[in-house]
Design a protein around this ligand. Sequence first.
Ligand code: HEM
Length: 800
Amino acid sequence: MPTSPPTGKAPRPGQKSADSAFKNTDSGPALPPDPASREPAAQKAGNTARMAQEMPYNPTKAKEHGRENATSPLPGAVTPSAPRDALASTPSEANHTAKYGDAAESGVNAAGGSLNRVRADSSGQTLTTNQGVTVSDNQNSLKAGLRGPALLKDFILREKITHFDHERIPERVVHARGSGAHGYFECYEPLTKYTRASIFAEKGKITPLFTRFSTVAGERGSKDTARDVRGFAVKFYTDEGNWDLVGNNMPVFFIQDAMKFPDLVHAVKPEPHHAMPQAASAHDTYWDFVSLMPESTHMLMWQMSDRAIPRSFRMMQGFGVHTFRLVNEAGQSVFVKFHWDPKLGTHSLVWDEAVKIGGADPDFNRRDLWEAIDAGDYPEWELGVQIFTEEEAEKYSFDVLDATKIVPEELVPVQPVGRMVLNRNPDNFFAETEQVAFCAAHVVPGIDFTNDPLLAGRIHSYVDTQISRLGGPNFHELPINAPLAPVHNNQRDGMHRQAIHRGRASYEPNSLGGGCPFQAGTAGFVSFPEPVQQDEVRGKPEKFAEHYNQARLFYESQAPFEQQHIADAFRFELSKVTVAAVRERVVSMLRNASEDLASKVAEGLGMPLPEAMPKALERSPEPEIEQSPRLSLTARPGDGGIRTRKVAIMIAAGTDGASAWTIANALQAEGAVVRFVGPRIGPIATSDGDQIDADASLENQPAVLFDGVVVPDGADAIGILVADGRAREFIQDQYRHCKTILALGNAATLLTQSGIEVTPNSQDKGLLISAGGAKEATQKFIQALAKHRHFERETLPPKV
Ligand code: HEM
């Protein structure tokens, strides 16, 4: 309960002033008006005076000092009976028109809350200007005569063009390219033992959220499939305010201290003299920087792995990266790391495929997310937590405040606490996905920061950048950013203010607003009282100097094909570097993480193995583990289904229609997305005299856009496809990218003609040649497709 001050003294009786004195907004009488006065202005002045008298002094002031208040602050002082007219900005609020409506409802800020209040739909409506004036003609500007000059007074044309001229806003300085969706979080079990965060309070509790996935380096229109970290930012609209978990799809980061973030971003962005390359780290300045920052080695392993080219946003993990704190009702705290685990498993593209998709469909990941949600295949992730104490953390060989380190799951298992479902696409990309403003500083009671020095910079950076990106300090009022929890404070004015605040007190403490809004005391956010007593220094703890143990752990935990992909990625990226000394430096750094990797990369670049880079810490602490199988993608296959997987059924005139339909129907029944791909779109005659309407063509939907291909039988059709270079290229790419291929009957010829060896006892579980019925073959195809890829097929250099 808020603290109430002692009631003040009544006015002296007998003293009178003119009622009209209270109609003035400047000087007034010495005492309040006669309580018997019927003049509204005098009544309001009387009520105001009584309200102010009820707070003769600030009753909480004395308690503001000392440790007890710091950990258990008191609620603010409020006036027990604040009369409504005394709180009003104006007595004229009692009037009503269609525009200004009614006076504010007590205690309500209507500028926040659900998006319903700003949804717009124009069905059945006429076109208007922004002033609501109906437009008669939207085809012609106003001219003096049909062939005459356009007139300056054409306010309709000028308004339209002026608005258009300002449609663009600055893009995000990083993570400019992204896609978002709405959804909800469902709590599995109460986590109240560890946190008072309301989102984790009850089993089954639902919290609305908005999630945005992004690449980091590319500009807003860049391709989705760049080799890059993916942002994974979730805004939970909790009933105690917005909590933003602004993470990535990799659990570590390049640098340890926010001081280096602008350097990192300058190094990876297009080089400043010629603005190249776009959305790529494969260039001199990036590798120059990271090779001078050996703490990046662990992150480089992740970035060069297939994690950096996800098959889908729906198929990638997410991580909070930093160590955070959970704080319970009693004020006790534990450390926590947050993990998102996709139900569909974690799956990636291969590099050659990612490059080709960049041309075939630069919106590949965006389209995939949109299509899945529109089709009702709602993507889902489990939120997991690793919880550990400060004492446990002190014993680890690494520092949990160092964002270049994970806490291996072997040390602290990940415990699932809830699930996120994305089930609603935005209505409008700009209003929602572009204007959403995530912020690492947005925490709620029960979740707090640690002293991670990277996190400290992030706490500052997001709001700061958004003030210029979104044009002023009021972007928290944009519908997508406004919390569902009510907003009441004394922040006022600034560009584009939406809320219309009632009353004249915009400060605290106050007695002229009845003391409101008042501070909540322990019901509000109370920072965890972490003891700090240190010298003021610029520096890093000793354990931060160990740079290679976990880079090695990651590499050693990968399957052989994953290790090869990492080596290939280093080779590719470094081959794009023009300064040989930079290449050498990277390889010398890699020697400290893995001799095997360093040799493969050096060999791939045709260079001798350089000396290993001197370590910052010659005597490294012994790591707890040498391998962590959970770090391999092979440990994350998902639910084993083929829902939403895209399959091409390649057809041409003379295709065996019956088997094409058997396959299509069986795959659709399992939730796969089937497309008939022909030499052109449109009806294609089948061998049984029927027709199939091809919805995609070899030119508009190349192989890289599919997870698997089926080629039905049909001698004439196979003849046509064998003669078509695009069909052979399609098969080659499917094969090269280790996808599942089913060839029925004569279709095996298309494979052999595409350079693929078709051996009956092949070890290749994804290459299915069937002389028999389509039904049985389709079942095998479904099982093989669910494996995602068949990397046993890979050779270097590729055979096909
Ligand atoms: C000191 C280090 C960092 C700084 C200064 C920084 C700064 C920024 C800035 C200025 C933005 C653009 C925000 C906007 O315009 O709305 C941004 C976006 C983002 N950052 Fe960071 N960042 C840092 C580290 C990180 C780390 C470690 C992560 C992952 C844990 C991360 C994840 C993200 C994500 C996901 C976005 C995109 C949010 C969205 O979808 O709108 N950042 N960052």
